[in-house]
Write a protein that binds this ligand. Structure first.
Ligand code: ADP
Ligand code: MG
Length: 381
């Protein structure tokens, strides 16, 4: 567990409820309380990006941050992680401050400690992924997801934190998707080539994969931009009394709403029939919310975002599969990693115009080769 950092005084501002700063002495008291709780037994929930400690605060520190005394809270500590998607708002709490005003079921950020540790309300319930990684979720939950997307898209753009200066202009759907492609090429593929290039090549990802994807892309119809969560999958959804709350807003973007729908359709593991049903419910919910313009050319353009989701995910899938191999990887470890890569490649086959996906023994060989070179740098490649 990383120790709590002691940031310089001026950065020790704490945001209470909607964002008012707490006096430094209260900040120090809160830090001490959290440190003490972290030394005791605490439930730890890990995702790709953060380690979350579930803890409770006593009367005084809880009141300081506007929490219910002794209720469960979530203390969120960022992990060192492979950056695979763009982040336009580096501080999740800036986004949550707005989102929670419009979506009251989303757990609030109560305080920020140091530069980037944060304390959140913990929402009791079941994480949807705990019911299993696959399987139908039913019409009721799908309708709630559709309503969630419409409510999120309804959050006024003027309330959101400022955008990067060079962000595509509102409605430039084409520029938005191209921006995502550029990120994958420049910030995911290229920086990882020195370490993973031989593996990318050996499993059959063409070096110009993103250029191939762009060649297959038709010009997109302009759609107004909206706030997007971009990562609505089972592990980011807490269900309580059959009502959903979507957590984990750090990858939120402002862009073409079809991107949010596409990542949801793919990452939920819906089958074809459910994908079609979810798309229809999404369009209905947007129209009912008076935002029919967000559904413009839905059926022509959704495919482009689905294809991008499959194409870009070959990089994180290969990286994560390779990095998950322990130094003394067993045959089972290689088999599991190869299976994961094979699955990612077969989904990306069309968008990346791959001729064919190498058979599993070939993928295992590629992984073994890469793994040997990593653990034994002197081995000739
Ligand atoms: N409020 C919560 N209630 C229940 N489980 C939670 C809650 N917050 C997080 N979790 C669990 O912790 C995991 C990681 O939390 P999350 O906020 O999604 O972090 P990450 O950014 O690392 O994905 C979630 O996938 C979920 O299983
Ligand atoms: Mg998560």
């Amino acid at each position: 567990m990383p120790p709590l950092s002691r940031p310089p005084r001026e950065t020790r501002a704490l945001f209470r409820n909607a964002g008012a700063a707490l006096p430094t002495r209260h900040a120090a008291l809160l830090e001490r309380c959290v440190e003490r709780r972290l030394r005791g037994p605490a439930q730890v929930l890990s995702g790709h990006h953060n380690t979350n400690h579930v803890l409770r605060l006593g009367l005084l520190p809880a009141v300081l941050v506007g929490a219910v005394p002794f209720a469960r809270l979530k203390y969120r500590v960022p992990r060192e992680t492979v950056e695979v998607v763009p982040r336009i708002w580096p501080r999740e709490w800036d986004v949550l401050r707005v989102v929670c005003r419009f979506l009251p079921e989303v757990p609030r950020c109560l305080a920020v400690l140091g530069d980037n540790h944060s304390l959140h309300v913990y929402r009791g319930g079941t994480v949807l992924s705990d019911r299993g990684p696959h399987g139908r979720i039913g019409e009721g939950l799908m309708r709630q997801f559709a309503a969630f997307f419409a409510r999120t898209a309804g959050i006024p753009a003027g309330e959101l934190p400022p955008l990067p200066e060079d962000w595509p202009a509102d409605g430039d759907s084409d520029g938005f998707l191209r921006r995502l492609v550029r990120f994958t090429e420049e910030r995911v593929h290229r920086p990882h080539r020195p370490r993973f290039g031989t593996l990318f090549d050996a499993v059959g990802i063409p070096e110009d994969a993103m250029a191939r994807f762009l060649r297959g892309l038709h010009p997109l119809t302009p759609r107004p931009f909206a706030l997007l969560h971009t990562d609505v999958h089972r592990a980011n959804v807490v269900v309580r009394r059959n009502r959903i709350a979507v957590i984990d807003w750090e990858l939120a973007l402002f862009g073409d709403p079809l991107h949010d729908l596409a990542t949801h359709l793919v990452r939920m593991g819906y089958d074809k029939e459910e994908q079609a049903r979810m798309t229809a419910l999404w369009a209905e919910a947007m129209t009912r919310a008076g935002r029919a313009e967000l559904t413009a050319a839905l059926h022509d353009d959704l495919g482009a975002y689905l294809a991008f989701e499959y194409a870009q995910s070959v990089y994180p899938d290969v990286l994560r599969a390779a990095l998950a191999l322990p130094p003394h990887a067993t045959a089972d470890d290689f088999h599991a990693a190869a299976h994961r890569i094979g699955h990612a490649l077969s989904r990306a086959r069309e968008p990346l115009r791959l001729v064919d996906v190498p058979p599993e023994p070939h993928l295992i060989d590629a992984l073994r080769h890469w793994h040997d070179a990593q653990n034994n740098p002197a081995t000739p490649r």
